[in-house]
Write a protein that binds this ligand. Structure first.
Ligand code: IPD
Length: 272
């Protein structure tokens, strides 16, 4: 068994048990606090899941580093070095979780030398377990998954999110992109979870996904999942993905990604 397999197995068992904390609230988790704004929420469950994962992984791998959404919100440094780093969104789709819209997941990526080498996206409510390890393919509930073969935007279903900022200038660009995709593409979908949107691309249910303003913890697991499913994941400018840039574009094919690069109005949010 390789090193990545060992790290992955330990993480998977922690993710599965932390998933029970989420599935206990299928009807919604009505007690929450607001973070950066009225639609950026956190619940006790977000905090407990993150504590479970960081506690378990640091016991097993004392040298490993962490970037966790709630730890960073609490003041921890968001620092990505070459050391093995677990990048954690304890509940991606917290707004869904609060409302009882059943698309929330734990998103856990492992980066080594700043490259994502393993990822787990687990929606315990709908029992969807997406997994990927470098060079070993992508899976949904242990069944191999693959991206679609769509190469043109006119045939593409695109997953998209408005995100959590309601800054007026930013919203103008978001709505312009919305209009461009609706006009040129097959359709738009928004699951309310960046990680699950990327998982849809990995399984061929959607053909592309992009977002400006997401964070490393929203996209780390999705990055390796999409690439291992045969797709591409990059910066929306067409440059290589930078996990801390708060920008992502993934697609089933390089041709579709390139068309989106040329179609999208770009936003450059402040880095993580
Ligand atoms: C959010 C979700 C949402 C995306 C936001 C993320 P959270 O993550 O992924 O779909 O649009 O940008 O911040 O706050 O639910 O973990």
């Amino acid at each position: 068994m390789g090193e990545i397999d060992r790290y992955f197995d330990a993480a998977l068992s922690l993710v599965k048990s932390a998933g029970n904390l989420i599935s206990e609230h299928v009807d919604g988790c009505k007690i929450f606090e607001r973070k950066s704004c009225d639609i950026d929420l956190v619940t006790e469950i977000d905090k407990k899941v993150e504590e479970t994962l960081i506690g378990g992984l640091s016991k097993e791998f004392p040298d490993h580093k962490f970037i966790g959404e709630e730890s960073v919100a609490g003041g921890a440094k968001c620092e990505l070095t070459d050391a093995p780093t677990w990048i954690i969104d304890p509940v991606d789709g917290t707004l869904n979780f609060v409302h009882g819209f059943p698309h929330s997941c734990i998103s856990l990526g492992l980066a080594i030398n700043k490259e994502c080498v393993a990822g787990i996206i687990y929606n315990p409510i709908l029992k969807q377990l997406f997994t990927a390890k470098k060079g070993q393919g992508a899976f949904l509930n242990d069944r191999r998954i693959h991206v679609s073969d769509i190469t043109e935007l006119r045939n593409a279903l695109v997953a998209f999110e408005v995100g959590t900022s309601r800054d007026e200038e930013r919203c103008k660009v978001v709505f312009e992109n919305f209009k461009r995709i609706v006009t040129k593409g097959h359709g738009l979908r928004a699951l309310g979870s960046a990680a699950l949107n990327m998982a849809m691309v990995a399984m061929g249910g959607a053909d592309a996904n992009f977002e400006f303003g997401i964070h490393a913890w929203d996209i780390a697991a999705g990055d390796i999942l999409v690439r291992e499913a045969g797709g591409v994941c990059m910066d929306p400018s067409g440059k290589p993905l930078d996990l801390l840039s708060r920008r992502v574009l993934c697609a089933s094919t390089p041709q579709l990604a390139q068309e989106l690069v040329e179609t999208l109005v770009q936003i450059y949010p402040e880095r993580d």
